[in-house]
Write a protein that binds this ligand. Structure first.
Ligand SMILES: CC(C)(COP(=O)(O)OP(=O)(O)OC[C@H]1O[C@@H](n2cnc3c(N)ncnc32)[C@H](O)[C@@H]1OP(=O)(O)O)[C@@H](O)C(=O)NCCC(=O)NCCS
Length: 149
């Protein structure tokens, strides 16, 4: 895979569904792939394209978590198609998001991280805060955050 084959750009909420569905809501109704705030003008969605095929997505919402005082973005719906996982593509999406977040004067990105993804976020410089909690049908999560400036 060449770096020049990869493009990361903003996409619509609708475009994220073919990646969200198999990776985040497998076997569940498609409506469960639509998140509150997906279509707000303050929300943005990133798509990672490999040779013009969308294989990775991430969504950023202006949701304020009371744990943080700074201007913040919530990361949701982070996913890379199974076949392409473990190739640092998720990491590229996070890096691009940080650039955009800094340009929007945000200083924290936070997320509700699934237990299986905690190490992925840790390697990207995120840390957990507080105790784990359960999200129905999805499993155990931790709040994780990264200060980006
Ligand atoms: C989590 C996910 C987005 C990571 O994307 P990815 O492209 O596979 O991850 P990368 O290849 O960029 O990984 C970067 C680093 O994190 C590590 N990593 C990736 N996924 C991991 C996991 N599930 N557990 C532990 N470490 C992980 C990689 O080994 C790599 O480490 P390295 O830099 O030391 O080699 C992807 O695996 C995925 O879509 N999973 C299913 C959906 C999901 O769980 N999303 C997260 C919801 S909170």
């Amino acid at each position: 895979m060449l770096k020049s084959d990869i493009v990361i750009k903003q996409i619509t909420a609708q475009e994220t569904i073919p990646v969200r569905h198999p990776e985040l809501r497998k076997g569940r109704p498609i409506e469960e792939c639509i998140f509150d705030g997906d279509n707000l003008f303050t929300t943005f969605h990133l798509g990672l394209f490999l040779n013009n095929h969308l294989i990775g997505v991430a969504t950023f919402l202006e949701n304020n978590n009371p744990l943080f005082r700074a201007d913040q973005l919530q990361l949701r719906g982070m996913a890379v198609l199974t076949k392409y996982q473990g190739k640092k593509l998720g990491d590229l999406l996070l890096k691009k998001a940080e650039e955009l977040a800094i340009a929007k004067n945000k200083s924290i990105i936070w997320c509700n991280a699934r237990l299986i993804a905690v190490n992925f976020y840790k390697r990207a410089g995120y840390q957990t805060i507080g105790n784990s909690f359960e999200i129905k049908e999805v499993g155990t999560h931790f709040v994780m955050f990264k200060e980006i400036k």
